[in-house]
Design a protein around this ligand. Structure first.
Ligand SMILES: [Zn+2]
Length: 399
């Protein structure tokens, strides 16, 4: 799942940044100034359309995750079928009919499935609403502050353009950084975590010499600080949304396979893996570390260390504390179907007349095989059990 999530996150990150670049290109300071000067209440036009481009990428990622999960199921079916093929077995009994290759299944993720379509519509609405509401709230606040302080339209336009892609809180932090630079509170500016380190020496020298920064220096420093915040938020969004759609897409694929009768719900076993791809410990949370190894069936929620239910990492119905920046992932195992018989159970040294170990069904010439030929963990050939027993979904091979 790890690799798939990373690919999806990168895609969403690019989509988010492209959306912001488009909005900034469309809204130059002079264009914004003109609209603000005539009292426009929604000066940044095209927000909904821009948000829709991001929602479309989220949908594409969801489909990719569903298709990867369906491909993985197919690999499991084929492996099982191969293991049951006569040439792979040394069993020599009259029960040759038992060794007929399993009916080959072909799981596919159907984007036109009603549940997948409903997901796409709802996801699009939610994303557009969240993105535009958040952006409009920032813009409104800047307009209100501007009116209150009597700022000129061009200054308000500059702040609005700078706020594109930031939350209200983040836009406020960037403005305070600019004020610190303007008012000479340079030690405060130097303490900011997301500042651009390239300016540290300039700031230190200015502090030492008691010198004011030039307007150009202030613009450059603020612009870089702003860009760092935009990148920081973009990564958070790509990570959170990527984790969500990856799990929702694969969940939907298993749901379809169950609905099609390819697998039984009880065959899906999901395991919580805490922060498998964490690059730094910042994303760690103790109440997810305790979830490591938690096992759940299909549709059963996991429980975090805070006692909250999570259907999967990034579950949008869970508290933000549980989902923001989470790097956990769920891996899935396909368990043998109930009632499936293992080929090794056929006694190898028995004479052809030996009774089969399990009651035979009334003879159809080639009876349909159980949906997923199963091996109990205690088979005589552990190597093969490893091969065709329960297998974990590892998206590393499914890009
Ligand atoms: Zn987590």
């Amino acid at each position: 799942m790890d690799r798939l999530i990373t690919t999806i996150e990168n895609r969403l990150l690019r989509a988010w940044l492209a959306m912001l670049a488009h909005l900034r290109d469309e809204h130059t300071i002079s264009a914004l100034t003109a609209r603000i000067a005539v009292g426009h209440h929604d000066p940044v036009g095209g927000l909904d359309a821009a948000a829709a481009t991001f929602a479309a990428q989220a949908h594409a990622a969801y489909l990719a995750a569903g298709q990867a999960a369906a491909r993985w199921l197919n690999v499991q079916f084929n492996k099982s079928a191969g293991a049951w093929a006569p040439e792979r077995l040394t069993v020599q009994t009259s029960d040759v009919w038992r060794l007929a290759p399993v009916e080959k299944k072909l799981a596919a993720f159907d984007a036109a499935d009603p549940a997948a379509v409903a997901w796409a519509l709802q996801n699009r609405l939610n994303l557009i609403r969240e993105i535009t509401n958040e952006q409009r709230a920032v813009i409104r606040q800047i307009l209100v502050n501007g009116a209150r302080s009597g700022a000129n339209p061009r200054e308000v336009a500059r702040q609005i353009r700078a706020s594109i892609g930031l939350t209200e809180y983040q836009a406020g932090v960037v403005e305070r950084y600019r004020q610190e630079l303007q008012s000479g509170q340079l030690s405060a500016a130097l303490a900011r975590e997301l500042r651009d380190g390239r300016h540290d020496r300039t700031l230190q020298a200015a502090m030492r010499d008691g010198r004011a920064l030039s307007p150009e220096q202030i613009d450059t420093m603020t612009e870089r600080y702003r860009a760092n915040w935009v990148a920081y938020r973009a990564e958070n969004i790509a990570r959170t949304e990527g984790l969500r759609v990856a799990h929702q897409g694969s969940d939907a694929a298993y749901g379809q396979a169950i609905a099609n009768g390819d697998i039984e719900p009880a065959q899906i076993q999901r395991k919580w893996n805490h922060s498998p791809g964490a690059k730094n410990k910042k994303n760690e949370r103790a109440f997810h570390r305790v979830m490591q190894g938690q096992i759940r069936g299909y549709g059963e929620p996991f429980v975090s260390g805070l006692g909250r239910s999570l259907r999967y990492p990034g579950d949008p119905t869970a508290d933000a504390e549980e989902t923001l920046n989470c790097r956990c992932a769920v891996s899935t195992r396909l368990l043998p179907a109930k009632g499936a018989k293992r080929p090794d159970a056929v006694p190898q040294a028995q004479p052809p007349t030996a009774p089969p170990t399990a009651p035979l069904p009334a003879l159809p010439p080639v009876p349909p095989m159980p949906s997923a030929p199963a091996l109990s963990p205690k088979v005589s050939d552990p190597g093969r059990a490893e091969h065709i027993g329960a297998v974990e979904f590892d998206a590393r091979s499914h890009r």
